[in-house]
Design a binder for this molecule. Structure first.
Ligand code: MG
Length: 451
C-alpha cells in the first residue's frame, strides 16, 4: 500500500480556506515542529493569506515546544539562506510560488537550508496522519520572536559573490518585473546596490498579483518585453512569486527560454572555474550540455526536481546546476534555486563578456516538441519497459522515465505522478526533426498500449 502523501513536489499546496485552511496549517505546523524540535525560522511570500497561514503554522510549531523566529515576508531563498547560516533546526516557508493568488502552501526547509529530503517529508507525513504531535503542557510551549536582518544578510551574501566593481562600471540598464511577489522586497534594492539603471515593473508586493500571473512564462511577460524594447535596456528580468526562479529578456527584447539562460550562466561558471560538473534534469535541452562542453566542463543528468538536482550537486561537488524553468543553483551561495543570485550573476556575466544577445548566439538552438499521451497508471511500467526493448540499439537513459537518443535529437517519455498520462518531450535541431522523433515515439507507445 502506498503511504498517504501530504507534501507534493513543492510542499503542501492548495486553495486558501478550501484545502489550505487554518486547521491544516496548524496541524502541518504541529507535525513539522514535532519532527524538527528547537528553533524554527518562519517566513512568507506576499499573498493575501500570508498572515493567516503564518499565524496558524506558528501556533502549531509553538504548541509542540518550538521557538519560532518570525522573519516576516521574504523571498524563499532568503529564508533558506537564513536557516543555512543560523544554528537552528530548520525553517518553514509559507508560499505557493507561482500558483494563482487563491493558493497558498507550506514548505519545510532542512537545517542546512536545503529543501527537505523526501525521506524526511515522509516522517513528517507519518506524524501528521497519525496525529502523533508532541503537544506540550503550558510550561513547554514555545514563543514567537520577531526577527529582523535576514534580508540584509541575504543581500550582502549575494553581492559578495559577484564582481561589484565590474558590474557598477558597466552601468547596465535593466527592467525588473517581480510579478508583485516577494522579489519586490529584495531585487530592486539589489539592482540599486549594483549601480544598475533600473526600471521596475510590478515591483510593489501585492497578494492579488494585479500585474500578471506570477509564472514567468512568455505569455505573462508582454509588458516586460515591450518595456525592454522601448527603453533600449541591456536585459529584462522576471521572477516568480517567491523569487526562487528568474527568466531573462535579452537586449533585443526577446524572451529567453530557461534552458538557454541556464546554458549561458553554466558556460560562464565552468569557464571561470577551469572546468567542472554542471547538474541538470534529463528534461533539459541539449544546448546546456553543448555550452558546458565547449567551456571545458561536463554535464550530469538527474531525475526532474530542484531538490534532487541540489542533492546531487552537493554529493559530487558540482560547480553549478539548475532547471529549464529558470531555477538556477549556485553552490558557493547555497544549494537551492535563487532568483536574486541568478540576476546578480547574469549582470556580472553581461558586464564582463558583452550583451546577452551575443552570448546567446553562441548557444546552439534546438526545437522542443511537448505532448501528452493517455495511459492507465497500472500500464505505465510495462509500456516503458517495452519502449526500452524497442530502442535496444539506441543510447537509452532511464534516470527518469525513458530518454532515447537519436541522430540529431532525443525523446523523453515520463509518466506523470498525478495523472494517467505520459509526458513526451522530444528535441531536435529543428521543428521537423523534433516532430519526426515525437511522432515515432508516440506511434510506438500507442502500438504498445493497443497490444
Ligand atoms: Mg518559486
Amino acid at each position: 500500500m502506498m503511504s498517504q502523501r501530504l507534501f507534493g513536489t513543492n510542499g503542501v499546496r492548495g486553495v486558501v480556506n478550501d484545502f489550505m485552511d487554518p486547521q491544516l496549517a496548524l496541524d502541518v505546523g504541529r507535525a513539522i515542529g514535532t519532527f524538527m524540535k528547537g528553533k524554527v525560522a518562519l517566513a512568507t511570500d506576499c499573498r493575501t493569506s500570508a498572515d493567516m497561514i503564518r499565524s496558524a503554522v506558528a501556533a502549531g510549531l509553538t504548541s509542540v515546544g518550538c521557538d519560532v523566529l518570525d522573519l516576516g515576508p521574504l523571498p524563499t531563498p532568503a529564508l533558506q539562506y537564513h536557516v543555512k547560516v543560523s544554528e537552528i533546526s530548520g525553517g518553514v516557508m509559507v508560499t505557493a510560488s507561482h500558483n494563482p493568488p487563491e493558493f497558498n502552501g507550506i514548505k519545510a526547509v532542512d537545517a542546512d537550508g536545503t529543501e527537505m529530503h523526501r525521506s524526511k517529508e515522509e516522517l513528517i507525513e507519518g506524524i501528521y496522519f497519525a496525529r502523533a504531535f508532541a503537544q506540550k503542557d503550558w510550561k513547554g510551549v514555545g514563543a514567537v520572536q520577531p526577527t529582523s536582518g535576514a534580508m540584509d544578510q541575504y543581500q550582502r551574501a549575494v553581492l559578495s559573490l559577484v564582481d561589484l566593481g565590474v558590474i557598477r562600471k558597466a552601468k547596465l540598464r535593466v527592467v525588473l518585473d517581480c510579478a508583485n511577489g516577494a522579489g519586490s522586497l529584495c531585487s530592486p534594492t539589489l539592482l540599486q546596490r549594483m549601480g544598475a539603471n533600473a526600471i521596475t515593473l510590478n515591483c510593489n508586493p501585492e497578494g492579488t498579483f494585479p500585474g500578471h500571473p506570477s509564472e514567468p512564462v512568455e505569455e505573462n511577460l508582454g509588458d516586460l518585453v515591450s518595456l525592454v524594447k522601448e527603453s533600449g535596456a541591456d536585459m529584462g528580468i522576471a521572477q516568480d512569486g517567491d523569487a526562487d526562479r528568474a527568466i531573462f529578456i535579452d537586449d533585443k527584447g526577446r524572451y529567453v527560454y530557461g534552458d538557454r539562460s541556464l546554458a549561458v550562466v553554466a558556460a560562464a561558471i565552468v569557464a571561470e572555474s577551469g572546468g567542472g560538473v554542471v547538474v541538470t534534469p534529463v528534461s533539459t535541452s541539449q544546448c546546456v550540455e553543448d555550452a558546458v562542453r565547449a567551456a571545458g566542463g561536463e554535464v550530469i543528468y538527474t531525475r526532474v526536481g530542484a531538490p534532487i538536482v541540489a542533492r546531487r550537486m552537493m554529493e559530487i561537488g558540482a560547480v553549478f546546476g539548475g532547471e529549464e524553468n529558470g531555477g538556477l543553483i549556485f553552490p558557493r551561495h547555497q544549494y537551492c534555486r535563487d532568483a536574486a543570485m541568478s540576476m546578480a550573476k547574469m549582470l556580472e556575466i553581461v558586464a564582463v563578456e558583452g550583451s546577452l544577445s551575443s552570448l546567446l548566439r553562441k548557444v546552439p538552438s534546438y526545437h522542443l516538441d511537448k505532448r501528452k499521451l493517455r495511459c492507465p497508471d497500472e500500464r505505465k511500467e510495462q509500456v516503458l519497459r517495452q519502449v526500452c526493448e524497442a530502442f535496444a540499439s539506441n543510447r537509452v537513459d532511464t534516470t527518469d522515465g525513458v530518454k532515447v537518443y537519436f541522430d540529431g535529437g532525443w525523446t523523453l517519455i515520463r509518466p506523470s505522478g498525478t495523472e494517467p498520462i505520459f509526458r513526451i518531450y522530444s528535441e531536435g535541431k529543428d521543428r521537423a526533426t523534433a516532430k519526426k522523433i515525437a511522432d515515432r515515439c508516440e506511434r510506438l507507445v500507442k502500438e504498445i498500449l493497443e497490444g
